[in-house]
Ligand binder design. Sequence first.
Ligand code: SF4
Length: 427
Amino acid sequence: MTQLEDAAAGRVTEAMRQVAEYENTDSETIRQQVAAGAVVIPKNINHAFIARGVGKGLKTKVNANIGTSPSHFDLSEELGKLDVAVAAGADAVMDLSTGGDLGEILTSIIAHSPVMIGTVPIYKTVSRVMAENRPCAEVTEDEIFDEIEFQAKTGVDFITVHCGITRQSIQVLEKSNRLMGIVSRGGSLMAEWIVKNHAENPLYEKFDRLLDICREYDVTLSLGDGLRPGTIFDAEDGAQITEMITLGQLAEQARNAGVQVMIEGPGHVPLSRIAGDMKMQKRICGGAPYYVLGPLPTDIAAGYDHITAAIGGAIAAASGADFLCYVTPAEHLSLPTIEDVREGVIASKIAAHIGDLEKGVASAWDRDRKMSEARNRFDWQTMFSVCIDPEKAKKMRLRSEDRDRDVCTMCGDMCALKTHRRAFDKK
Ligand code: SF4
């Protein structure tokens, strides 16, 4: 039984109660939102952890991608990234490993994780084929679905599958004059499979087979945007929109089959068009939760793309995005280190928080009020307990010559708060 099937049958599950508690709302409201498909609770029946929800009316969630690569694989380092991501506030982690013992890495990450775990199964399927020196496009339909079944059985809570890469969307892509073709790793692999095999995408053509696996283990589908723009110049072109329409149709099919589903979104999008993209997705995909990568409103900030993504992510969240996939400073450059992962999560948490303020999430406003009231009375301990990154704030405060005074070295004796009081406080 999936959370959606229970919700549709009027049953409130323990997971719904856990979500309601975290969101400061009642579990009946959560049940109704899950039944409507506006909220998903990614929680595999084989993975024990405190559930979080993604969707309408809830706090904006943040995902951190981790994982090995064929040229750099160290399980302890990945578990270190998982710990740092969770400590920094990540609500989800995706294992995108493609190097080393993939089965052992995934099983270890799921066993070690107190938050929902996602994957892109095609990565592992193709990694195995490449390890056998077989061309990627030679991967068989059964290999694709067997890997998904293995991961579902292992306890993966949500999977990214590129069902929207179809013969039709590829035709649209080929006619488009994109600056950068396909930038999605999984999307490019499925496109090559279609072109080389002169056949339809099995994840699209045999969508029911996918639904059967997901229903059995309550795996949430994250319908991947394989044709997302990799540059602001390709944003919202025919290929991207064609794919979004297909994903909207598949999302409805999934909900009708009792399978939880969310939609993935862009990518590189000019700032002024991010809000519209969010509204368009909600319209085309029947209000399904929206999981966006960034978005990144400029292409030039290599080394600082976590900042770019935070700018785009704040607008996206404020405009309806429900789930932000973080971007680290290492994006477009190299595999992230543990410190990159931490920086990326913090940046995305700031974006998510700003989005929650705009969504009117009461606890978000309470937090900002608590911070500013503490700042106004020089209550540094409360400021440290409320701020987004206590560790960093403490470190910066302690390096200040005025660390033992109430003011800080920014202004010292010229502290504006003090000056204000001297000027206006009635004796
Ligand atoms: S010293 Fe300046 S920066 Fe520091 S608390 Fe006072 S006004 Fe703020």
